[in-house]
Write a protein that binds this ligand. Structure first.
Ligand code: ADP
Ligand code: ZN
Ligand code: ZN
Length: 817
């Protein structure tokens, strides 16, 4: 009798691959365990056992595996089922899913490069002989590949040694370019020790009677310390005493206060829960009850609650209930930028039961969390994560929460699997027979449509917490302002007025400038030439800070030009404006205030966001300029004014969702204003003050926006009425893409008739020297999705079997919006 296993290889193969195993191995192995296998001429991969059986493969002779890597499955049966759904639905391979799902260190292969972990001191005695040999070798050579290890150890099976070195954190794998973990530093103050004698203190207070504000700060410091008996944060002190950072700084400079820092550890929170969750107000209470009732009828419920209505506290109650039954909770967030505030909030309620999972964490951190979830450890009972956390090995998932469900960053665009985490999470919950709660102040049309179709339940909260009024939104016609010379740079007189007043009374301000469609392009005023990226069909954008021209598609950059490349003129003008320019202008308008900026360029790295968010929270920044990152669920107490610099580039974005997205973005940014007692103010600058969407934003009229947009989707056959699959062909040869796309589209038209759009070159048709051409398949509501996909796969296979097209890359993107 012969024994075989089918495995998933971490490469995009259409089928599973079969290897032969011994009888003993067949008794030991289970689906979900890893094995090291040879592949091709000389490669070694980590593969995942999918099935154990006795059928010899027909087409090839099965090779033997190198070895077994696990004692027990690291992937559950439920995960395998889930992965199969993902592969089928999103038209990708199980290998694609495997790669996306597992932390790198689980997937060693022949190409893996190993280096020493210089951040950790390893004691030689802690290493076994073979581990020591490898570690020693890394002292002399900065990096090693698998075959080096094979010769150092003189054996084929080196994975276990690597694994145990990884376990000990002694080595790292080189694909990881992760930012090292930096704990967050929080500023504290205490009274300088020279005043511990009461006489000296007395003297000090007398002296300060001439500086009442400074005296106030000291008195407040005493009363906070007396109350909390804990170190005092600078931010708490300045809140409680109403003192500006400048006053506290003066006291520090005069050596009356002493400043010190504590590390706030985020990855490993060891503290206990120290607060009971909040008592819900009547609206939240009602929402909670309605959600519970809704769950009796529906597997999925949408919580539509205006910004600052206290949705998070409602989630907390649901989470409490689920974890009290010993079940796990997955809390999905669009971007980890949000987690800083949320993690600390959840930790005060749930202590060490909260774990965060994110691709920016190092492979080692992710590996640890993976195991915690797999072993059902209490410290991973609540997983807070971005989209990739849907791949974790949950055991007993009791609830999925998808916060800010309308966010487009839940969809993965590249590489495959091109999944939507909200939708994949719903499927995951259903595999556990559990419920999913979607939450948003501005639900996606597709989720709201599902409510209207009777597929999801709906619960609403229309009151902000504490009955704070929705912000007052004012539209500013900048065309008119330009005509009447009432603009200073990109700031209208209205915006400047409101900013001046807000700053005067000590409020903070957010200025929003959308990144999409923004391009400070350099143009020659003499001949009109704009410098282009040599690899892509786009103009380079100007980055003032580094005085560089950059391509946002391929990363190409060059120093800013002194003369026009075409005519030599020195009169180069930068058109358009971005966050950087807004920041510069704001600094000039308000030189005595601190202006910060939050966008992709200022927040690179794991803790980039944190620094800016913390600085803003602690009022070290008065005016924060940012992109859509600012829209996301952040809770800043002291912001009373939000300025949207230009609404038009959002509204005019060439995409069928542009208006829906504009509505969501603007309402979300507006929601950052006036979250506590006073009513906030929002100014939207626009050339189209009569645009319907802007009116819907200013009156917070979701219902009208929904109806009007759905009309458009009906008329133009777009989601959520029709479904979409986008097919992209890529090649460096323009003709090949062109001819190939024609062939492909003709094949599709024979089956789907007029529901095929294109082939069409996208606005940017060449990226990284590859030409792109798109074909769009529109799927009417009655048409079977699975049959449609089968037909596409068939056409795809015939396309790739044609010799001249074989080198063309085809990308299938299901629900590509
Ligand atoms: P949303 O997520 O709906 O925008 P949040 O959950 O962030 O709203 O709540 C807004 C603010 O109100 C937060 O600062 C939160 O701490 C506070 N809050 C919400 N519910 C309560 C409650 N029941 N008791 C006290 N404070 C609350
Ligand atoms: Zn020129
Ligand atoms: Zn480029």
């Amino acid at each position: 009798m012969q024994y075989f296993i089918d495995v998933i290889l971490p490469i995009p193969l259409e089928r599973l691959f079969t290897y032969s195993i011994t009888r003993a191995e067949s008794e030991f192995l289970k689906a979900g365990m890893r094995v090291a296998v040879p592949f091709g001429k000389s490669k070694v991969y980590t593969a995942l056992v999918f099935e154990i059986h006795q059928q010899q493969p027909v087409a090839y002779e099965a090779k033997e595996i190198h070895q077994i890597l696990d004692d027990a499955p690291i992937i559950t049966q439920t995960q395998l089922t889930h992965w199969q759904w993902i592969a089928e639905y999103y038209l990708c391979t199980l290998g694609d899913v495997l790669r996306a799902a597992l932390p790198n260190s689980f997937l060693l292969e022949s190409e893996t490069i190993i280096t020493k972990n210089n951040d950790k001191i390893i004691n030689d005695v802690d290493l076994k002989d073979e581990e020591f040999l490898v570690y020693e070798a890394l002292h002399h050579q900065s990096s090693l590949k698998l075959h080096d290890l094979i010769s150092i150890l003189d054996k084929k099976n080196v994975f276990p040694v690597i694994n145990s070195l990884l376990d000990k954190d002694a080595i790292v794998l080189q694909e990881e370019v992760y930012e090292k973990y930096k704990p967050k530093l929080v500023r504290y103050v205490k009274l300088s020790s020279q005043y511990s004698e009461s006489e000296k203190l007395q003297h000090l207070l007398e002296e300060l009677s001439r500086a009442p504000k400074q005296r106030d700060v000291i008195m407040t410091l005493f009363s906070i310390s007396a109350q909390t008996k804990k170190p005092v944060k600078v931010s708490d002190l300045s809140d409680a005493s109403d003192a500006s950072p400048a006053i506290i700084k003066t006291l520090i400079d005069k050596e009356i206060l002493e400043e010190y820092h504590f590390q706030e550890d985020r990855v490993a929170y060891s503290g206990d829960a120290n607060e009971a969750s909040k008592t819900l107000n009547i609206y939240q209470e009602k929402a909670l009850e309605e959600i519970q009732q809704s769950f009796e009828k529906f597997n999925i419920t949408l919580l539509h609650g205006v910004t600052s209505s206290g949705k998070t506290e409602v989630y907390v109650k649901l989470i409490e209930e689920v974890i009290s039954k010993g079940k796990q909770v997955l809390y999905l967030l669009p971007e980890i930028a949000l987690t800083t505030q949320l993690v600390s909030r959840l930790e005060t309620y749930f202590g060490g039961k909260v774990s965060v999972y994110h691709s920016k964490y190092s492979s080692h951190e992710r590996f640890e969390l993976w195991n915690n979830v797999l072993q059902n450890q209490p410290k991973a009972q609540i997983v807070l994560g971005a989209r990739s956390s849907i791949f974790l090995p949950f055991h007993d998932l009791g609830l999925v929460i998808v916060d800010e469900e309308h966010e487009t960053s839940f969809k993965q665009f590249d590489p495959a699997p091109r999944y939507h985490a909200r939708d994949a999470a719903i499927v995951l919950a259903s595999l556990f027979k559990s419920k999913t709660l979607l939450g948003s102040a501005t639900p996606s049309l597709e989720s709201y449509h599902n409510v209207k179709q009777g597929k999801y339940g709906l619960v609403e909260i229309t009151h902000r917490f504490n009955d704070v009024m929705m912000p007052d939104i004012e539209l500013v016609d900048i065309q008119d302002k330009h005509k009447r010379k009432r603009m200073k740079g990109h700031f209208s007189d209205r915006l400047i007025e409101e900013m001046t007043e807000a700053l005067r009374v000590g409020h903070q301000i957010i200025l929003f400038q959308n990144r999409r469609g923004f391009s400070p392009i350099v143009e020659c005023t003499t001949c009109g030439h704009a410098p282009q990226c040599p690899n892509c069909d786009v103009s380079l954008t100007f980055h003032q800070y580094k005085n560089e021209l950059r391509c946002h598609y391929c990363g190409y950059y060059t120093a800013m030009l002194k003369n026009c490349m075409a005519c030599g003129s020195v009169e180069l003008d930068n058109k358009g404006f971005g966050t950087e320019q807004v920041q510069e202008e704001a600094k000039e308008l308000f030189p005595e205030y601190k202006v910060g900026r939050m966008d992709l360029d200022t927040t690179r790295g794991k803790f980039g966001y944190d620094k800016i968010i913390t600085a803003f929270e602690q009022k070290e920044i008065d005016i924060l300029v940012g992109t859509q990152m600012l829209t996301k669920g952040l809770d800043f107490r002291n912001v009373k004014l939000v300025g949207i610099m230009n609404a038009d580039n959002m509204l005019n974005f060439p995409d069928f969702r542009a208006l829906e997205r504009s509505f969501q973005l603007m309402l979300q940014v507006s929601g950052r204003a006036g979250r506590t007692d006073e009513r906030g103010k929002v100014l939207i600058q626009t050339y189209n003050p009569h645009h319907r969407i802007l009116h819907q934003v200013s009156t917070n009229n979701y219902a009208e926006m929904y109806l009007e947009q759905m009309d458009e989707r009906h008329n133009f056959k777009y989601p959520p009425i029709y479904r979409l699959i986008k097919i992209t062909l890529k090649h460096k040869d323009f003709n090949k893409v062109n001819i190939g796309a024609e062939w492909y589209a003709t094949g599709l038209r024979q089956v789907f008739k007029s529901n095929i759009l294109g082939p069409e070159f996208p606005p940017i048709s060449r990226i990284r020297n590859q030409f792109h051409k798109n074909i769009l398949v529109k799927i009417p509501p009655q048409q079977s999705l699975s049959k449609t996909k089968k037909a596409i796969v068939k056409i795809n296979n015939s396309f790739l079997s044609i010799k001249e097209f074989r080198s063309v890359r085809v990308i299938l993107n299901v629900d590509n919006f």
